[in-house]
Write a protein of this length. Structure first.
Length: 486
């Protein structure tokens, strides 16, 4: 039926005078589970099915969506999209122009071993409760929490240019958190990452690989121990970021500012615009010469939340060099923005959260290429530094230039050895200065493709998953502080 619905929508749009139209039929199934202190906190499962159509008429965009998937309902939706485009054309500055893209007919599904929706929900809850119990065995833990999230996105894309693409994406994620209250202070430790754990384009095998129960006691003990740890010292110095914190650093200070719709002033909601104006392309020294960053949506890059075969404009997944030997070399672009930077083809980065949302430029997998260092050698080579692990909070201005981050835990590195635990570590800086101070990156053996499931953009806000591959890295001459200090 997906093909029929798409055909009805496209035929109506063309009859109503659209010069171009594309349609997305999406069937999204979700399961969300959370536990807290030995009890189930949340258990939700549902499905959403509908159609969204985007058209160009009278030189302007129009969009409409519906879950009334009768012939009449779909045709009315397509007619509405054309009417919205014509109304929008009254305020246009220029006609919408799309860079060329050939028509594609294809089917694709990401590889996975175990369908999480075929695993009994009771078994998934039991696993979270077992990890919860292990955390609460540790004296001093106030709150123990766990979560699992699963998404199955079945999507059919068709365009008036002749594309017909069917994709199925299976996403899984899980994590646990221990929190300890003592006096006026709160400390927390998360595994394998904060804000929901690790998320990938995989099946239930991802959850099994994380061994939540096996890591529960360690993170609970670290959480309690943080209350007795000394405050992170303040001042200018060297920091080493673990791969998960570096992934978030990439997300906020590279991923968002390279979104070309922000740069061009077409999108400013929720997270602002960008300092990376177009005259900086291939001229700005974004980082040191060892910094190489790519935007890569291809499966060969890894099963990230930004991985797909085709974006939501029917453009194949690509790898775009964003920073090359420190030089700023690329943006995230779409078919209607690529020409503004002299590109003849879209970078293939347009995605939508659901059938009832307008597609927009989103991060794919924005990753820093591995360096050459072994982790132990990097520590041994560092005379004095703060090693910071697992994000706790972040703040960055709406041009993505001034930032401050804190992490859950820090470790003193002194004389080439990892030493005492430190609490409330934070660091701050200016994006380009920070990346130019990167002087060491660990090798592929220490590289992880982290999933960020909760990236917000647009209005109404769309929540999208992105991927960020990173290895631990060292940065010199950084402002170090103590967050959450009394």
């Amino acid at each position: 039926m997906m093909k029929d619905w798409a055909s009805w929508a496209l035929d109506t749009a063309k009859r109503r005078g659209a010069s171009y139209a594309d349609v997305r039929v999406m069937d999204i199934r979700h399961r969300d589970i959370s536990t807290k202190n030995g009890e189930v906190g949340n258990l939700a499962e549902g499905e959403s099915l509908g159609l969204g159509i985007r058209v160009i008429a009278a030189g302007a965009w129009g969009f409409a969506s519906t879950d009334l998937l009768t012939r009449e309902g779909v045709q009315a939706c397509a007619a509405e999209a054309v009417a919205i485009a014509r109304a929008s054309s009254l305020a246009k500055h220029e006609n919408v122009a799309l860079v060329p893209e050939k028509a594609w007919q294809d089917t694709w599904q990401n590889p996975f071993l175990k369908d999480p929706f075929r695993i009994p929900v009771e078994r998934q809850i039991d696993l979270l409760l077992a990890a919860d119990k292990e955390m609460r065995r540790v004296k001093g833990v106030t709150v123990a929490e766990g979560c699992m999230v699963f998404r199955r996105i079945d999507q059919f894309f068709a365009s008036s240019a002749g594309s017909a693409i069917h994709q199925i994406k299976m996403q899984s994620g899980a994590g646990i958190v221990a929190t300890a209250f003592s006096g006026n202070e709160i400390q927390k430790r998360s595994y394998p990452n904060s804000f929901g754990g690790q998320h990938m384009l995989q099946g239930y095998e991802l959850v099994e690989s994380l061994d939540l129960v096996g890591h529960a006691q360690r993170i609970a003990e670290e959480c309690v121990a943080l209350h007795s740890a000394p405050q992170c010292p303040e001042g200018q110095g060297t920091i080493i970021l673990d791969s998960s914190q570096l992934g978030l650093q990439i997300h906020e200070s590279i991923g968002h500012p390279i979104e070309l719709d922000r740069v061009l002033g077409m999108e400013a909601n929720f997270a602002g615009m960008s300092f990376l104006t177009t005259e900086k392309l291939r001229k700005l020294q974004y980082g040191s010469e060892i910094v190489n960053v790519v935007a890569d949506a291809r499966l060969e890059h890894g099963p990230g939340l930004g991985t797909f075969a085709y974006d939501d404009e029917g453009v194949p997944a690509q790898c775009t060099p964003i920073i090359t030997n420190g030089l700023f070399t690329g943006y995230l672009s779409s078919r209607d923005t690529a020409a503004s930077i002299g590109e003849k083809r879209s970078g293939g980065t347009v995605r939508t959260e659901s059938w009832n949302r307008l597609p927009m430029i989103r991060m794919t997998n924005i990753s820093i290429n591995p360096g050459t260092w072994k982790y132990d050698d990097l520590i041994a080579d560092t005379d004095r530094a703060i090693l910071m692990e697992t994000n706790r909070s972040w703040s960055i201005d709406d041009r993505r230039y001034h930032f401050q981050f804190s992490t859950e835990i820090g470790w003193e590195v002194k004389g080439g050895k990892k030493g005492r635990m430190l609490k409330n570590p934070s660091y701050s800086g200016i994006t380009t200065e920070f990346w130019n101070n990167c002087d060491a990156i660990c090798s592929r053996d220490y590289w992880t493709l982290w999933g960020t499931p909760n990236c917000g953009k647009g209005q109404p806000m769309q929540t999208m998953g992105t991927g960020h591959g990173a290895s631990p890295a060292r940065f010199r001459n950084v402002k170090i502080g103590a967050a959450f200090a009394k």
